[in-house]
Design a protein around this ligand. Structure first.
Ligand code: BGC
Length: 335
């Protein structure tokens, strides 16, 4: 497995490692309230680890289509398309050989790394040649900024995200994320079925275990018997974010270390996934097995299965248009 590794550092000593394989964010070292650095991003010691264990999509760029497309089928401009089924009867995260498994062209730039990929027409069944640029920048404000751009030579659908899992106690600490306080600035979420495909209904978070409008520990209600939670085996839903432009959509506080994570995005949705399918069958960069609840992902995105839901924000990209999206993971500490 050949992959280049890039190291981004900033004035405050934060360090982020990025691989050209999958455009993977391999590690994010940030200080706790006493200044002690720890890696807070789940992953593996080398690229081979990711190739051997692609299932969790640790740290990877997801494309062409983040999250699920029902039955792997959609129509666009009257033509029907099929993409691989790799999640029961549905397609997940771009198919069998998504962007998480490609070797990206990568070059270091001031404060960051620029990754590019040309996905040929018909790649995993998606139409149009798609040229993608993803730029990771580590700023002196302790932000990992991700800028996505894409252009196509034929109409297609695109939904790019990053699949980093965080554990602010530090990977290998032996602690799960259930004590992290999660806040998501969203009034609604997408109702899903047993295959985690949206019904099309936006349900209010009010009165449910998905209400994170005020900070609540991830573990406080994760064993709720509400139908939506049982379907996901925990949190695995798309929150419908209000507002527009680059705005704060979530904030996480880990009370013991004091580490905080604030998420800003231009996207209309965010999948909060509580690592429900990590099953302890392999270990990673912390030297310990990854088990259920050892990390959480906040995947900023357009809505799952949007190509089959005309009422959802559109994921269609046409020649002459440029897909643009920005997400910021801002790290900090609280006293
Ligand atoms: C999905 C989960 C899936 C996970 C890792 C998340 O984005 O919503 O259902 O298990 O990615 O594959």
């Amino acid at each position: 497995m050949s992959s280049d590794q890039f190291e981004l550092t900033n004035a405050n000593g934060l360090r982020v490692r990025v691989l050209s394989y999958g455009g993977i964010v391999q590690s994010i070292e940030v200080p706790d309230r006493d200044g002690v650095l720890a890696n807070v991003a789940l992953g593996f010691a080398d690229a081979q680890g990711y190739a051997d264990h692609p299932g969790p999509y640790f740290g990877a760029i997801i494309g062409r289509y983040g999250n699920r497309i029902a039955k792997g089928r959609f129509t666009l401009d009257g033509a029907s398309y099929s993409v691989p089924l790799n999640n029961g009867p549905n397609s997940l995260h771009g198919g069998l050989s998504g962007f998480d498994r490609k070797i990206w062209d990568a070059r270091a730039v001031d404060g960051g790394v620029v990754l590019t990929l040309v996905s040929p027409d018909g790649d995993e069944g998606f139409p149009g040649e798609l040229s993608v640029t993803v730029t990771y920048t580590l700023t002196d404000d302790d932000e990992l900024r991700i800028d996505y751009e894409a252009v196509t030579d034929a109409p297609t659908v695109v939904n790019l995200t990053n699949h980093s899992y965080f554990n602010l106690t530090g990977v290998g600490s032996g602690s799960d994320v259930y004590g992290h306080l999660m806040q998501i600035h969203a009034d609604g979420f997408l109702e899903v079925d047993a295959g985690l495909i949206p019904s099309g209904e936006i349900l209010p978070v009010e009165g449910t275990a998905l209400d994170f409008r005020s900070p609540v520990a991830i573990g406080a209600r994760i064993r709720s018997d509400e139908a939506q939670l049982l379907l996901g085996g925990g949190y695995d839903h798309n929150w419908v974010l209000g507002g527009e432009g680059l705005r704060e959509v979530a904030r996480v506080v880990e009370p013991v270390s004091g580490r905080t994570l604030t998420v800003l995005t231009t996207e209309p949705g965010m999948q909060f996934y509580s690592g429900n399918f990590l099953d302890g069958t392999f270990a990673g960069s912390g030297g310990l097995a990854y088990r259920q609840g050892d990390g959480f992902a906040l995947e900023t995105q357009h809505f799952p299965d949007a190509p089959n839901h005309p009422s959802f924000p559109s994921t269609v990209l046409r020649p002459g248009e440029t897909y643009r999206s920005t997400t910021i993971y801002r790290f900090g500490v609280e006293a």
